[in-house]
Design a protein around this ligand. Structure first.
Ligand SMILES: NC(=O)c1ccc[n+]([C@@H]2O[C@H](COP(=O)([O-])OP(=O)(O)OC[C@H]3O[C@@H](n4cnc5c(N)ncnc54)[C@H](OP(=O)(O)O)[C@@H]3O)[C@@H](O)[C@H]2O)c1
Length: 271
């Protein structure tokens, strides 16, 4: 497993972590992920999987980097503090490594939310602050009202077929050393399966690249994500076998020609 720095924290996180939205795999897949070095586990108060994560990491807390999120419905100051407290209990830990604002709520002043996030760091309950589903304007506003800490990450949808962030968010994050945590990097499984990938041209490229590299479609799709500077990916799987497969997306590189072939077949239309 290869690692990347989280924001400017000097903390290295694996370039493949695992998400837990709709996760039903029990403890084994997450334990296998930790064993293979994919020790970043992403959850959220609204996923209903924090207890399962807590169970899976019992006795292994020091080996794991826990990322969770406060729901965009709980962004008032006191609500953020309460949500963090509840997540800590469900996770069975004393510290959240990365606490993310799940999505922005325009009806709550962002300064109020980020003030609470900073308070949680001062209280020692959170190590690093991140956001999710923030547009560039949201991210800049959130950072501008913070007094002591930096936003280290933005968790956003990014995959071979969802490339909207390339317009402004990705270059901004790369320039400012903010980690992009790519969610749905397999497009919810569609990039893992020949029958589900409807774009025939893209399927042709996938099959050629998979055969040239000796990798599976999932590994190619994940490697494409993490080939971008500052990007890590968090696929979700309930299966130990697929955890192993997804971890093996790290540690090798697509060639520039293979990346260009995907760009030709899949680039989203220019705005
Ligand atoms: N911040 C947000 O708003 C937000 C939104 C969406 C997701 N997320 C995060 O991102 C994580 C991942 O996104 P996602 O769950 O939407 O989609 P994803 O990771 O792109 O795809 C998950 C699907 O791919 C399948 N899969 C995984 N590895 C595979 C493999 N090697 N071969 C074949 N199929 C494979 C899984 O099936 P099995 O489980 O059956 O293996 C599952 O159906 C979430 O769990 C969550 O933590 C965040």
């Amino acid at each position: 497993m290869e690692f990347k720095e989280l924001g400017t924290t000097e903390i290295k996180v694996p370039e493949i972590g695992f998400g837990t939205w709709q996760y039903r795999g029990g403890s084994e897949p997450l334990r296998k992920a930790i064993e293979l070095g994919a020790f970043l586990i992403d959850t959220a108060e609204m996923y209903g999987t924090e207890e399962a994560v807590g169970e899976a990491i019992k006795g292994r807390r020091q080996e794991v980097f826990i990322a969770t999120k406060v729901s965009g419905n709980h962004l008032r100051y006191e609500e953020v503090l309460r949500a963090a407290e509840n997540s800590l209990k469900r996770l069975g830990t004393e510290t959240i490594d990365l606490y993310q604002v799940h999505w922005p709520d325009p009806s709550v002043p962002i300064s109020e939310t980020m003030g609470a996030m900073e308070k949680l760091v001062e209280m020692g309950k959170v190590r690093f602050i991140g956001v999710s589903n923030f547009y560039l304007k949201n991210l800049q506003e959130a950072q501008a009202c913070m007094t002591k800490h930096k936003i280290v990450s933005n968790q956003v949808k990014y995959s071979l077929v969802n490339r909207d962030i390339e317009e402004d968010m990705l270059p901004y994050c790369q320039k400012n050393n903010i980690t992009v945590i790519a969610y749905s990097p397999l497009d919810r499984g569609a990039l893992s399966s020949k029958p589900l990938l409807r774009n025939r041209r893209a399927l042709g490229v996938f099959q050629r690249v998979a055969s040239e590299t000796g990798k599976t479609m999932s590994q190619v799709a994940l490697n494409w994500c993490i080939s971008k500077p500052n990007v890590i990916a968090i696929p979700k799987t309930d299966k130990v076998k697929r955890v192993i497969e997804d971890c093996e997306a790290s540690g090798w590189s697509l060639s520039p020609q293979q990346i260009a072939a995907f760009d030709g077949a899949l680039r989203s239309p220019s705005p």
